[in-house]
Design a protein around this ligand. Structure first.
Ligand code: HEC
Ligand code: HEC
Length: 382
């Protein structure tokens, strides 16, 4: 049975009251942080196999799954840049810049919603929108499928994994998703601590964890095994400067407003990314983004949907100030700032403790050997 809206609102209100009245935050009101399991959920219609994972890995590296065969998944999810892209806004399809920060694919297999505004419900659905999106891969299904058919090694591998016939593009997404389900990092100091190794976190990190669960209130949204509740909030992250300063970024920004179907009035006025609003068209969703996982973040700077902050200390200082302001907090477009953020009054030492704890979510970098990509060949066999 689902809870009537008013009751759940009251419950959230009660939790809010706790924070607002300055009482000790009851960490038990939220799912506790937990170690990340070894295997993510595997959908019934896409079981894992070693051959499928190997094929998916090749396809993740293969720029021929894109428009002009120059932009592979790995171009924006680079293992040397945290399996993300180390700039505020991601690189885009040649001739464009992307309008959002590239997210890491590490542990994405555990997320129930992909993308900053949760636009895709599974990795199988996420991959085509990445490969086809105009400012990402800009690929066309038939062309990509034909390319795969003209690569003998892929013909062989697709048959081994998916059965007779030529490679089908939907199976390419399935293979990529299977590969992503192997990109798991769960041997971090935080995981080891939560599994019972009490020496895995330093004294400073333990102080940071207490702040995370208490005074700093991070646990309200960053909870459970991923340190994300996968809900949507507007924190008042400041808009990306590049949308004002850089022509190419402006073009993408305008294009996205148009592509996502905002009204003419909003198209003329809006200067910032409205996030969840594009999907729901509800004014109360303007400026809201899905709480990201905090795992692997040591390697994925800069942070937030538009890369507004360059290191974890800057992020913590942002929260310490009670979040920020944008045109969805000041009433220009909306006034949706989450009431869960309040100035925290953390001292410099406490900020450093919290940063040290956040670093404990990352562990060692995941490195894999890049695959050798097979060449084109004639379509000679059946
Ligand atoms: C041109 C750059 C670019 C390319 C190419 C690209 N991505 Fe992305 N990826 C991004 C950006 C930027 C985001 C965040 C976009 C958003 O939320 O709107 C993202 C988000 C994701 C996410 C969501 C992670 C999360 O935490 O929700 C996954 C998974 C992902 N990409 C996988 C892929 C795969 C698989 C491919 C290849 C088929 C791919 N990407 C190609 C830039 C790119
Ligand atoms: C009200 C819910 C909420 C609370 C409380 C909260 N966060 Fe967040 N956090 C979010 C959301 C939502 C984002 C993404 C916002 C965006 O991009 O606009 C985010 C982003 C982040 C990021 C950037 C991650 C990335 O991959 O870019 C870090 C780091 C972070 N939060 C740490 C913290 C810490 C530390 C605290 C406590 C001081 C905290 N958060 C409190 C919801 C919350």
């Amino acid at each position: 049975m689902t809870m009537p809206k008013t009751i759940s609102a009251l419950l959230t209100g009660a939790a809010l009251g706790l924070v607002a009245s300055g009482m000790a935050l009851a960490a038990e009101d939220f799912p506790p942080l937990a170690p990340l399991p070894d295997t993510p959920p595997i959908p019934m219609d896409n079981p894992q196999s070693e051959a499928k994972v190997q094929l998916g890995k090749m396809l993740f590296w293969d720029p021929r799954l894109g428009g002009d065969a120059s932009t592979a998944c790995v171009s924006c999810h680079n293992p040397d840049q945290g399996w993300a892209f180390g700039d505020a806004l991601s690189r885009g399809y040649p001739g464009t810049v992307h309008w959002r920060n590239s997210q890491t694919v590490i542990n994405a297999a555990f997320l129930g919603k992909q993308f900053w505004a949760g636009a895709a419900k599974s990795l199988e659905k996420q991959a085509p929108s990445a490969a086809k999106g105009a400012v990402a891969g800009n690929g066309e299904n038939d062309v990509m499928e034909a390319r795969l058919a003209f690569i003998p090694e892929y013909r062989k591998r697709f048959r081994e994994v998916f059965g007779p016939g030529y490679p089908r593009i939907d199976d390419a997404w399935r293979a990529i998703a299977a590969f992503e389900r192997t990109l798991i990092v769960n041997d971090t100091p935080v995981d080891r601590y939560l599994r019972g190794d009490k020496s895995a976190l330093s004294e400073q990190q333990l102080r940071g964890m207490a702040l995370f669960n208490g005074k700093a209130g991070c646990i309200q949204c960053h909870n459970g095994p991923l340190a994300s509740d996968e809900k949507y909030y507007n924190l008042g992250v400041p808009p990306a400067e590049r949308w004002e300063e850089d022509g190419l970024a402006q073009i993408t920004f305008r294009y996205e407003q148009y592509a996502k179907g905002v009204t003419q009035e909003i198209y003329r006025k809006i200067k910032d990314d409205a996030g969840l609003y594009y999907r729901t068209k509800l004014p109360e969703d303007m400026g809201k983004f899905r709480t990201p996982a905090l795992r692997y973040t040591l390697y994925t700077a800069p942070y937030m949907h538009n890369g507004a902050f360059w290191d974890l200390e800057e992020v913590v200082q942002f929260y310490n100030a009670g979040g920020g302001e944008n045109e969805f907090t000041d009433g220009t477009m909306a006034a949706n700032k989450t009431p869960l953020l309040k100035p925290l009054g953390l001292s410099d030492d406490e900020v450093a403790d919290l940063v040290a704890f956040l670093e404990g979510f990352s562990g060692d970098e995941l490195r894999v050997e890049a695959p050798t990509l097979p060449p084109y060949g004639p379509l000679d066999d059946n």
